[in-house]
Write a protein that binds this ligand. Structure first.
Ligand code: PAF
Length: 285
């Protein structure tokens, strides 16, 4: 495993890999790696000759400065976890903010996706996906991957990045990997580290509420508005502040039409003690 901090050094290494015909697979992360991230890295090695993991807490995608400040940064620990995976060719790119935003973080050249990115998390986190898409395109340009791997837990992010690749004709295959969960059902997330044991127990009921809603739909319930209201009420009763609970078309992320849409995404975002948690379930009818 090799850690690369400088953009210039990354470019040199990537040049050599490309010249020698190596297939590069990128796993972009913001660090604080958990088993979910490690599953992405393990998947990555099946798709190429060299895996690049980027670790960069991207300020441009945080709409709340407190959230950016609280975001867990655990680089030494992350490097040790990656080392233990024993991947034959692994590069870990750990740039700083000035490397990635050399001109001006406040007003860089932005990339914007404005259909899928406007719903769900995009509706409540102004500018979030502009920051995601901008940094991901920067990483794509620097790493020039053949394949890039993302988690399906951030389903909307995955769809927005697929749209970026399609719209800008980027020659990159995007692969989405299922969410990894604790035995309680709680989706692994770096933000779980901000919860205490009692809060984590409560947080695990998020998945149960999603499952219950999915079961009702599979059993024929088709008043989606009513199902959303029931789920929100149940979450509120358990102490969550609900940002959204939505049954949508998995393709457009717009409100699902129960008579037409067969591929659905049930997506939820809540706050528990000021910690924002998201989760989702996809169902095919
Ligand atoms: O999913 C994440 O961790 C981030 O949004 C990403 C894709 C690394 C971009 O900063």
């Amino acid at each position: 495993m090799e850690q690369i901090k400088q953009v210039s050094q990354l470019r040199q290494t990537v040049d050599q890999l490309v010249k020698s015909g190596k297939k590069i697979v990128l796993v972009p992360t913001m660090g604080n790696l958990h088993a979910g991230h490690l599953s992405l890295v393990e998947e990555a090695q099946k798709h190429g000759d060299c895996v690049v993991v980027s670790i960069f807490v991207n300020p441009a995608q945080f709409n709340n400065p407190q959230d950016l400040q609280n975001y867990p940064r655990t680089l030494e620990d992350d490097l040790a976890k990656l080392q233990r995976l024993n991947i034959s060719k692994l590069l870990v790119f750990t740039p700083n903010v000035d490397d990635i935003y050399p001109r001006n973080l406040k007003s860089p050249t932005w990339v914007k996706e404005s259909s899928i990115a406007n719903n769900l998390c995009g509706a409540s986190r102004a500018g979030h996906f502009d920051g995601v898409v901008t940094v991901v395109l920067k990483l794509f340009n620097l790493v020039t991957p053949n394949v890039a791997i993302f988690g399906r837990k951030d389903f909307q992010q995955l769809q927005v990045i697929k749209a970026l690749v399609a719209d800008l004709f980027l020659p990159i295959k995007i692969i989405g990997i299922p969410c990894v969960r604790e035995s309680s059902g709680l989706a692994l997330s770096s933000r779980n580290n901000l919860l205490d044991a009692e809060q984590k127990k409560i947080a695990s009921s998020l998945y149960q509420v999603l499952l219950a809603c999915a079961d009702q739909i599979k059993n024929g319930a088709n008043d989606f508005g009513c199902l959303e209201r029931q789920a929100k009420e149940s979450l509120q009763n358990q102490g969550f502040k609900v940002d959204y609970f939505k049954i949508c078309s998995a393709k457009t992320l717009e409100t699902a039409n129960s008579a037409q849409d067969r591929n659905l995404l049930i997506a939820v975002a809540v706050f528990l003690a000021d910690v924002r948690l998201i989760d989702n379930i996809e169902i095919n009818l």
